[in-house]
Design a protein around this ligand. Structure first.
Ligand code: ADP
Ligand code: ZN
Length: 731
């Protein structure tokens, strides 16, 4: 990585653009000069594209042909640590640099000239006449709180024409103002009094503060049962970071959680942090992007992509719920935000805090090996205790056909309702029924484009493919044998479970929490708030409820099918089941009353079920680690997945076989290649998918060998090749 240099007008600079050109291009510096890292707009053919000055130009060709940089953008130049981070992340994930730069510039309007602009906010009066379109505009204004929008943005979000907004302006229902662009965020005060910490919390906070004060890289695994106060503790690390006038980033796995978290930040530091996720307006995104670079924001709370903001001086990255699978980006650039956080921090003398009640095996092993520090919070704060866990042996329960709640669980739920407490029934399956079968011919309705069965969603009145999202109406006749009225649902989803609950507990107020039942993050948030306030007796939920929502009245969790997820050949099946079950059971007894969790299972002697019940987590991790070590699997060995896809099944297998044959670059590093084999989901959106798996010992330089290996063959036009380093799932 080169030094920071100033280039005078006319100098030759090399510019990395977001266009897939395969290399950086040379341009001439315009009037005023620029620094290394400057964001610029450059001509490319007939277009203008965005880029970053990467260093001195290469030269060595007809210099009279070099075009000038169109203009230098009014944004803080990209710092050296950020440039190193993009390079290292590109090398690690084998992602081309332009794609990396696109990740780092995901804020629309960066190239717009500065100066005030017209923005729109909530006005002071009601419109004389309410129409549906006007209502939508006002809804958007409400949904985003006090945010300001550009005209196009507001109209776009509301799905109305700009004249509707203008009409509302005339009525005073929407306020129009000239606003300076991109103001800094309000100052967060680290010295406001925080909560008084319990002894173990205070010790943990002191250790994290010491790491920050040392101004060097380090990673700490902060492990603590749900409710033990991990958030309180890492907010103290944030405070220390702010005291040092460095920036802090808190990554959260899910948008629905942000509101609760923002309130806690406001309580602790007296103002709101910057927010970065898909629900943030484009105007705010642009502001945050710029302020990150200028140092005009102290704390950013965001989704995984916030890791690619151009922070000026990042001192702390917290990855909350670090085991969460949403940290792995599975589209476009394949990166794991947890690993990238560690990489980024190591390049800018920052600390990383990985917080979780159920860390992933990788982090557990890194702490065991001494690479990460580890802090344990073992007790829940205040009264709340870990729930009592027990299993219900379903082999001994009598169930009528198409029923899934056994008599033992029914009794337990009834008791809670009578006491005015809440019960949660957990089933990690969206929709009404996972399979629809024809009772005349046995045909199962599948997706036309994927190797997947369609899932009936009664709420939506459609069949949905959970693979590609394709939907179709439920047919009246079997698509295979044309028999009428013979299609029947098989197995339960949460919607069907809700029917059973309605029949068994006719008096109870029931709430179903499943991501597809809510139109927006806001609707979901509202529902969660309503439930927390006692608005339901029985909650039926999917995986969605496992994440940190607080339901103080909840004292019973019933897991309908604890075995779901134990089957399957996924490397992480056991780990995932363990995490999910522990988190779901951790939902009970978060208030004053102790909780209880019951797991319905047909395999009460399964090692994972036993580990969950015994609460001996370390034993579970050790056993799981030993198994992976013996098999040379991650984190004790390394894997890379190559997925090839094409509409042409023959072409994709031929290409895969040819790759497998030319494995010399891999053999040189002692790696093995498995496949080509049909991917577990062998067809998605009409494309056939084939996968190869590369396995190698830890500590071997895998990426250069992989690059050389796949670089031997030209990828045909209609074929796609993607490389997934450290694959999380075996898609
Ligand atoms: P975790 O992040 O481990 O799930 P939290 O930090 O969210 O735990 O704490 C759980 C609940 O207990 C929160 O409502 C939090 O405000 C409260 N809490 C934790 N520690 C304290 C403390 N020292 N003083 C007061 N309340 C606390
Ligand atoms: Zn499909």
């Amino acid at each position: 990585m080169g030094e920071i240099e100033f280039f005078d007008e006319g100098a030759l600079v090399s510019v990395l653009t977001t266009e897939p050109l395969g290399r950086a291009l040379d341009y001439r510096v315009p009037e005023g000069g620029c620094f290394t890292g400057a964001f610029v707009e450059v001509p490319l053919g007939p277009r203008r594209v965005m880029g970053v000055v990467w260093g001195k130009g290469e030269g060595g060709y007809d210099l009279s042909k070099v075009r000038p940089v169109t203009r230098v953008l009014d944004a803080a130049p990209m710092g050296e640590a950020m440039r190193s981070f993009l390079i290292r992340a590109a090398d690690y994930t084998l992602t081309p640099m332009p794609a990396m730069l696109r990740l780092a510039t995901r804020a629309p309007g960066l190239a717009d000239p500065p100066g005030p602009r017209r923005v729109y906010r909530k006005g002071w009066s009601e419109p004389d006449r309410m129409t549906e379109a006007r209502g939508r505009v006002l809804d958007v204004l409400d949904e985003y709180g006090g945010a300001a929008f550009t005209l196009g943005e507001l109209a776009g979000l509301a799905g109305v024409s700009t004249s509707v907004v203008k009409g509302l302006v005339k009525q005073g229902a929407v306020a129009e103002e000239e606003a300076p662009r991109d103001l800094p965020y309000p100052h967060l005060d680290p010295d406001l009094p925080g909560k008084e910490l319990a002894e173990d919390q205070a010790a943990a906070a002191a250790q994290l503060r010491a790491g920050i004060a040392a101004v060097r890289y380090g990673t700490t695994l902060l492990k603590g049962v749900t409710g033990s106060g991990k958030t309180e503790v890492y907010l103290e690390a944030v405070a220390e970071c702010l005291r040092q006038r460095r920036q802090a980033l808190v990554l959260l796995p899910e948008i629905a959680l942000t509101a609760e978290f923002l309130t806690r930040v406001q309580d602790r530091f007296g103002a709101m942090p910057g927010e970065w996720h898909s629900g943030v307006t484009q105007t705010e995104r642009r502001r945050l992007w710029r302020m990150a670079g200028e140092g005009g924001v102290g704390l950013v709370v965001g989704a995984r992509s916030a890791l690619f903001l151009p922070f000026r001086d990042l001192g702390l990255i917290v990855v909350d719920e670090e085991h969460d699978t949403s940290y792995k980006q599975e589209d476009g650039a394949l990166y794991n935000a947890r690993d990238m956080a560690v990489l980024r921090a190591s390049l800018c003398d920052a600390q990383v805090v990985l917080a979780s009640a159920t860390p992933c095996l990788e982090s557990w092993a890194n702490a065991e090996a001494g690479k990460y520090q580890r802090i344990d919070l073992t007790s829940r704060f205040g009264m709340a205790e870990m729930p009592d866990l027990s299993s219900i042996d379903m082999r001994a329960e009598t169930l009528e056909p198409n029923r899934w709640i056994g008599p033992t669980l029914v009794k337990a739920v009834t008791a809670r309702i009578e006491r005015g407490e809440q019960a949660l029934l957990f089933l990690n399956r969206r929709g009404y029924a996972p399979v629809t079968i024809c009772r005349a011919c046995g045909h199962q309705i599948g997706c036309d484009h994927c190797d997947a069965r369609m899932v009936e969603h009664r709420f939506l009145k459609r069949l949905v493919c959970h693979q590609c999202g394709e939907t179709k109406p439920m047919p009246a006749a079997c698509p295979s044998c044309q028999a009428e009225d013979r299609l029947a649902p098989v197995g339960p989803g949460v919607e069907r479970l809700a029917e059973e609950v309605a029949e068994r507990f006719p008096e109870a107020r029931v709430a179903v929490l499943s991501s597809d039942l809510f139109g927006s993050a806001r609707a979901l948030k509202e529902k969660i708030g309503e439930i927390a306030g006692g608005g339901a007796d029985i909650i039926i939920g999917t995986q969605l409820v496992a994440k940190g929502h607080n339901f103080p009245l909840l004292t019973l969790v019933g897991v309908i099918d604890a075995d779901l997820g134990l089957q399957g050949s996924d490397l992480r099946a056991a780990e995932r089941t363990f995490q999910l079950m522990r988190q779901v059971s951790g939902r009970a007894g978060r208030g004053e009353k102790p909780g209880e969790a019951m797991l319905q299972t047909y395999q009460p002697d399964h090692a994972v079920i036993r580990a969950i019940l015994s609460g001996d987590e370390e034993a579970f991790w050790r056993a799981e680690a030993a198994e992976r070590q013996a098999a040379g699997m991650p984190p004790y060995g390394r894997l890379a997945g190559i997925v090839l896809s094409s509409p042409d099944v023959q072409a994709v297998f031929d290409f895969g076989a040819e790759l497998a044959r030319r494995d010399a670059p891999l053999r040189r590093i002692g790696a093995q290649v498995f496949g080509p084999a049909p991917a577990p989901v062998a067809r998605v959106r009409g494309r056939h998918r084939v996968r190869l798996l590369v396995k190698v010992a830890k500590g071997v330089a895998l990426q250069p060998a992989l690059a050389e290996w796949v670089g031997q063959l030209k990828v045909p036009n209609n074929l796609r090749l993607s490389i997934d380093i450290d694959p999380q799932s075996f898609y």
